[in-house]
Write a protein that binds this ligand. Structure first.
Ligand SMILES: C[S@@+](CC[C@H](N)C(=O)[O-])C[C@H]1O[C@@H](n2cnc3c(N)ncnc32)[C@H](O)[C@@H]1O
Length: 476
């Protein structure tokens, strides 16, 4: 694999087509759950809820849908690889049984509880639900793992109140309770640890190490005759507390944060960074087969892993590509490839409606509306770079220089569609607008001409074919 790749497609088709057996080091997935909440959506939330409910009516249907995908992921994972499945209470118990079957019970490593927020549920007669589950499996007992640490609390940091030229430190005993027969129980520098304390003690480490410490000047010898030596323990040597399987130090992304892309299921970067640092090394291949807006890819790229993202939403794939470019300066074609984005009229016909709308608006150079409420709203806005750049006045005035875009996934736009668009344009005080569809009826074209001559409303009808082939030439 010489290039990082985002595949646009159903992972059940992409995995067997492109990814060889035993080729991936780490897999993280965060598939749509068996829940009535909306998941796979970017902007068209209402449409998404419908499609989700149609597909996963109950847990068993969900599991049937996931099973072949998990088997494919198991196939591509290499023998020292790790697999993380992000889910929640809706289906975690079913999924665990399935993973035990596919990976083997002995290869189960952790059920990680990620406390994502204080509360989420509005039901008052149960304890508030506040966590997700991440199931961690490996393909074999020989797997890579690097322990991760939780930062010290402010109270713990305060214990390091002493300070010298090497930084903050605290003094810790070198002799600890309990007798030992081995090296650590031996006399050193005239002190027999067995004779210290009520029931005997031992050295923290063997005498040869104590010699080293003393050479480095990190042992403090007592001024009092019967005092015991202590060790200078520096704050910088304390990695923090080894993590347990209960993670409560990573918060959900706030909509106002820089990290937020407005994607409802976006996971925090810190969560993926932790998983990637624990279960992979530089240059390893990380795969996310339900990639959403690409959190896994950003974390993998940041830590110099190679990566593969898969998502069947072209909008998601576009957002991922933009994210990687904006946040990490990675360039499509040079640093990564965006593969199998829909390119033919037939493919565009088959796309879910909201995906089609997003595709058309983006292909036209516009920005999709985040909230789509029925057909009365417009689907996107086209801001003309030149207008904005040349505008010398108030910045907020430039925000008013935009044209509405209306998209219809139909073969022939009718006159009523054009009438509606005109109403919207008048309401928004726009004199120019763009319409995208597969074709236009003669009546609709007549109406477009009339509106221009009589009312000065300039509606530009664009076909999908034109958009595919002559994207640039149709733009003003
Ligand atoms: C819960 S989101 C993932 C969010 C992601 N972890 C993030 O931080 O952005 C699930 C994603 O899976 C994608 N998806 C659902 N079914 C899929 C399939 N069969 N193949 C590929 N992607 C799929 C959806 O389009 C959606 O973007």
């Amino acid at each position: 694999m010489d290039k990082n790749i985002i595949y646009c497609g159903d992972n059940l088709e992409v995995l067997p087509k492109y990814i060889p057996d035993d080729s991936v080091d780490l897999i993280y997935i965060d598939p749509p759950f068996n829940t009535s909440r909306q998941y796979e959506v970017f902007w068209g939330e209402a449409q998404e809820r419908r499609s989700f409910e149609d597909r996963f009516g109950d847990a068993m249907t969900y599991l049937e849908w996931m099973r072949p995908r998990i088997k494919e992921l198991y196939r591509v994972l290499n023998s020292s690889g790790s697999f993380y499945y992000h889910c929640d209470w809706h289906a975690s118990h079913y999924i665990k049984l399935e993973l035990d079957r596919i990976f083997g019970f002995d290869n189960f490593r952790n059920e990680i509880v990620w406390r994502r927020s204080q509360t989420r549920s509005s039901i008052s007669k149960i304890f508030k639900r506040s966590h997700d589950i991440i199931l961690f499996y490996t393909k074999s007992p020989k797997y890579k793992f690097t322990m991760q640490y939780k930062g010290l609390s402010e109270a713990s940091k305060k214990l390091y109140e002493r300070f010298d030229d090497k930084g903050h430190y605290q003094l810790v005993p070198l002799i600890v309770s309990g007798t030992r027969k081995g090296e650590t129980g031996k006399e050193w520098r005239g002190i027999d640890p067995n004779k210290c304390g009520k029931s005997g003690s031992h050295w923290l480490t063997k005498p040869s190490n104590l010699e080293e410490y003393d050479k480095k000047g990190v042992i403090v010898w007592p001024k009092k005759k019967d005092g015991l030596p202590r060790l200078k323990y520096y704050l910088s040597d304390n990695k923090g507390v080894p993590l347990t399987d209960s993670w409560d130090d990573i918060d959900l992304i706030q909509s106002s944060s820089d990290e937020s892309l407005g994607y409802p299921t976006q996971k925090p970067l810190a969560l993926l960074e932790r998983i990637i640092k624990a279960s992979s090394k530089e240059n390893d291949i990380v795969l996310d087969a339900f990639c959403g807006c690409g959190t896994t890819l950003e974390a993998a790229a940041k830590y110099k892993r190679r990566w593969i993202g898969i998502d069947f939403s072209p909008t998601a794939c576009r957002v991922m590509a933009e994210r990687l470019e904006k946040r990490l300066g990675l360039k499509e074609e040079t640093d990564f490839i965006l593969k199998d984005m829909p390119k033919t009229v037939e493919q565009l016909h088959r796309m879910p409606h909201f995906e089609f709308q997003n595709w058309a608006v983006v292909a036209l150079g516009g920005i999709p509306n985040k909230v789509k409420v029925g057909d009365y709203g417009i689907d996107g806005r086209l801001y003309l770079a030149d207008v904005v750049k040349e505008h010398k006045g108030d910045f907020f005035e430039t925000l008013d220089k935009w044209y509405p875009i209306q998209v219809k996934q139909v073969n022939k736009v009718g006159r009523p569609d054009i009438d509606k668009f005109q109403t919207t344009m008048r309401r928004d005080k726009r004199t120019k607008g763009y319409f995208v569809a597969f074709g236009y009826s003669q009546d609709s074209i007549k109406e477009i001409k009339r509106a221009q001559t009589v009312e000065g409303l300039d509606i530009v009808p664009i076909t999908v074919d034109e958009l595919l082939n002559f994207e640039k030439s149709v733009l003003p």
